[in-house]
Design a binder for this molecule. Structure first.
Ligand code: FAD
Length: 458
């Protein structure tokens, strides 16, 4: 099926208008589409998901603090009032820059071809296991809602399994959590896990003491949080250690299997291993036949266009662009500002006012949070760590959510959790691993026989 400007998919209101296709409904894609509000164009926004995901708060879903719907927003709902946008939920399978076509695979329609006049590529990155994809089944990563709920099931399931051991406490590895990668995601996950184990769950089990959980944060590099100044990383390290988290740097993980990890020749048996390291770009470079940097990101011009293709822009995590001699980081603000810039550039082009001002990223500050009351904030030489940084972190994250109802729910949930230590989303929606009838405690005399808990092959 082919959808040219003027045919059924997308359904254009005014076929004569230039057609802008935006690939990816993440931070970059959303900002680009918003910047084209009011421009004389028709826009088709394509994403494989029907929702925009606020990835910075995924770790809170993975640790039961927030529900998936709290941090995701229906893309259609976001653009309900922007009438020049059509949303297409489909898998992008290729781009033909020569004939200006995008190829999609949609569940019901089969292959769809979209013609474009302008293209914005904002398809982001996916997790990388650094060439060790065999680790993936044993070490879930965090990138999508599905990942976060799988992690949540793994974490909460570990406590359930430990509770059902014939001799509770005899197998401390069941409550050993290993996180691989001590960038912001690893650090934030470790802090949230510690609070979950030492506060939220502390009173909820009868046969185990969740407070005795062991949390190990591994980092192959020489220190945690390599993108932050060393003084802030040192503050975070002290904070993590005070929370009882073991932090080990300087040794790469050599092996991950169903019973734990091997790092620097040492074996750490663990009930749960979580992968919080490394990303790789989506295949945009292959689609576009474009040059890449060493990480596989698409090299772009100063105006974020593809070299030799002024009608194609690449923004966000999938783009490689240096500024002041440094690669722009893969963070939400770079994607938002890049998407906005590309949208405005197209709006200027179609109205005959092309701009030659290059894209310039304005760093509004980098943040990472470690549990309640503590975050770090770094911006142009300003470095703050502690309660006020945490307040700023909380404010920025609430106001940045895509929809008002998300902001309200997250704010309310956080306020409740802050005073009660409760976590509102403690659901296991996948079977906890390794629970078998053999691990059940003996049944009390006279008690009814219960059905066996879910069993799987761990
Ligand atoms: C766990 C985690 C925590 C993070 N924390 C922070 C933080 O605290 N602060 C911060 O600034 N940044 C953070 N980031 C990084 C930030 O989320 C990214 O920099 C940002 O999302 C990049 O935006 P983007 O638009 O380039 O890509 P994304 O937001 O990833 O969007 C890409 C979109 O493209 C879609 N897509 C990809 N391939 C296809 C395909 N083939 N077909 C159809 N659709 C496709 C995806 O479904 C997705 O919706 C975090 C990231 C993660 C994973």
């Amino acid at each position: 099926m082919r959808a040219t400007p003027g045919s059924d998919l997308p359904a254009p209101a005014q076929p004569a208008l230039p057609h802008v296709v935006v690939l990816g409904g993440g931070f970059g894609g959303l900002a680009a589409v918003k910047a084209l509000r009011g421009a004389p164009v028709r826009i088709t926004l394509v994403d494989r998901k029907n929702h925009h995901l606020f990835q910075p708060l995924l770790y809170q879903v993975a640790t039961a603090g927030l529900a998936p719907g709290d941090i995701a927003a229906s893309i259609r709902q976001v653009f309900r009032r922007q009438k020049n946008v059509t949303v297409a939920m489909a898998e992008i399978t290729g781009v033909d820059p020569e004939s200006r076509e995008v190829h999609l695979a949609a569940p019901e329609s089969g292959e769809v071809v979209l013609d474009y006049d302008y293209l914005i590529v904002a398809t982001g990155v996916s997790q990388s296991y650094f060439g060790h994809d065999e680790f993936a089944p044993y070490a879930p990563a965090l990138k999508t809602i599905e990942d976060a709920t799988a992690m949540r099931a793994a974490v909460l399931g570990a406590f359930e399994r430990a509770e059902l051991q014939a001799e509770p406490g005899k197998s401390p590895e069941l409550l050993t959590f290993v996180l691989v990668g001590a960038g912001p995601t690893g650090v934030e996950m470790a802090g949230a896990l510690a609070e979950l184990a030492r506060a939220t769950l502390a009173e909820d089990f009868r046969r185990i003491d969740p407070r005795r959980s062991r949390i190990v944060l591994l980092e192959a590099g020489p220190r945690i949080l390599p993108t932050f100044h060393a003084s802030l990383a040192a503050k975070v390290l002290r904070r993590l250690e005070r929370m009882g988290i073991e932090v080990r740097c300087g040794k790469a993980v050599e092996l991950v299997d169903e019973e734990g990890v091997q790092v620097g020749g040492e074996r750490i048996d663990a009930g749960v291993v979580l992968w919080t390291a490394g990303v790789k770009p989506s295949p945009a470079a292959a689609w576009l036949g474009a040059a890449t940097d060493r990480a596989g990101r698409v090299k772009v011009e100063a105006d974020l266009s593809l070299p030799g293709r002024p009608e194609v822009f690449v923004v966000g995590d999938v783009a490689a662009r240096e500024q002041d001699g440094r690669q722009l980081p893969g963070v939400a603000q770079v994607a938002i500002q890049g998407g906005r810039y590309a949208g405005r550039a197209i709006a200027a082009l179609v109205t005959g006012r092309p701009s030659n001002v290059p894209f310039r990223y304005i760093n509004k500050g980098d943040m990472a949070v470690v549990g309640r009351n503590f975050a770090i904030l770094e911006r142009e030489g300003i470095r703050v760590g502690g309660f006020f940084a945490w307040l700023a972190w909380a404010f920025v994250h609430v106001v940045s959510l895509a929809l008002f109802n998300n902001r309200l729910i997250v704010f309310t949930q956080w306020a409740w959790s802050y005073f009660t230590f409760e976590r509102g989303s403690r659901l296991i929606t996948a079977a906890p691993r390794g629970v078998t009838s053999a691990t059940l405690p003996p049944r009390a005399p006279g008690a009814p026989a219960s059905a066996s808990p879910p069993n799987d092959s761990r």
